[in-house]
Design a protein around this ligand. Structure first.
Ligand SMILES: Nc1nc2c(c(=O)[nH]1)N[C@@H](CN(C=O)c1ccc(C(=O)N[C@@H](CCC(=O)O)C(=O)O)cc1)CN2
Ligand SMILES: [Mg+2]
Length: 284
């Protein structure tokens, strides 16, 4: 029997509809939520994601503004742009599309975003608050995965979640969010020896390694929930995840496809966070 598909497009749309309602309420009170998206350089994938973020904002009545800077932009110039956005009354969320060109210190740039506008949840203060379980903006991809699990009725408490990958934007926060919902969490990564001996124990397996079709049937326990965070291109340049879907289908109880699984949730949760930032502004 095939695994149940967790449909991120459908779940994402349901959440976007609810976010759109909140935008209407804010506009009735004279406030249009505004997102500034900073794009530096000519990375084609980044340009596509940024376009999708802007379109998604507009689709639910939010304001979005693109700050497009050339590849040669200096770190100082970029920091100045962010400081200006930090002061803008009409901008409630700021995001800097990653990756940045090599000559720019990503950490420094992210740390400059005002925490109340850090809708990506990447700044050191946001990350610290998340670790402490305090109210803050959660990073959009792991936040989206939590919503996929919730909307699919998947129990987390008492389950063994195994994360493959330890990036700052996915793997590390993913483990924290699952831990806060009482999962037992194991982190694995590219240097973990005998990876299948760990992943085979997972009730919930999160694949966030960034390698096409890396997770095969030998990594997955019968009945596991498999969440694929990867966005890769295979040998035929076709979009694929970190999980070999054809192999794992039928072993997992539930699985997310690529495309149409975690990806759409990333932008959904960005909209969610930006509306939250605008509501916070009204409340304070
Ligand atoms: N500042 C940020 N930079 C980056 C983030 C981020 O959350 N904040 N995440 C990724 C890229 N990303 C958003 O920025 C992103 C990636 C993929 C998708 C998505 O919807 N994927 C689709 C497929 C799209 C395609 O056809 O190429 C899917 O999986 O269905 C959304 C957002 C790195 N940078
Ligand atoms: Mg760099």
């Amino acid at each position: 029997m095939s695994s149940a598909i967790i449909n991120g497009k459908e779940i994402g749309q349901e959440i976007r509809n609810a976010v759109a309602e909140r935008v209407i309420r804010l506009k009735e009170q004279g406030l249009t939520p505004g997102l500034a998206v900073v794009l530096v350089g000519d990375n084609q994938a980044s340009a596509t994601y940024v376009r999708n973020k802007q379109k998604s904002c507009e689709a639910i009545g939010m304001y979005s503004e693109l700050i497009k800077l050339p590849e040669e932009t200096t770190q100082e110039e970029l920091l100045t742009q962010i400081q200006l956005l930090n002061q803008r009354e009409d901008i409630h969320g700021i995001l800097v599309q990653l990756p940045l060109p090599k000559h720019i210190d990503e950490d420094k740039v992210i740390a400059t975003i005002a925490v109340e506008k850090d809708v990506d949840g990447f700044s050191p203060v946001s990350v610290g608050k998340m670790m402490l379980g305090q109210e803050t903006f959660l990073p959009c991809t792991p936040f989206g995965v939590m919503k996929l699990l919730e909307y699919s009725g998947i129990e987390i408490a008492g389950k063994h979640a195994v994360i493959v990958g330890r990036s700052h934007i996915v793997g590390k926060p993913m483990g924290q969010l699952l831990l806060q919902k009482d999962a037992t969490v194991t982190y694995t990564h590219s240097k973990t020896p005998d990876l299948p001996s760990f992943t085979k124990q997972a009730d919930i397996l999160i694949a966030a390694v960034g390698r096409a079709n890396f997770i095969t049937k030998e990594h997955v326990k019968e009945g596991a929930v498999v969440i694929d965070v990867g966005i890769n291109r295979d040998d035929n340049n076709k979009l694929c995840g970190d999980v070999n879907f054809a192999e794992v289908d039928g072993i997992a109880s539930h699985i997310t496809p690529v495309p149409g699984g975690v990806g759409p949730m990333t932008i959904t949760m960005l909209l969610f966070n930006t509306v939250q930032a605008a509501e916070n502004k009204l409340a304070n």
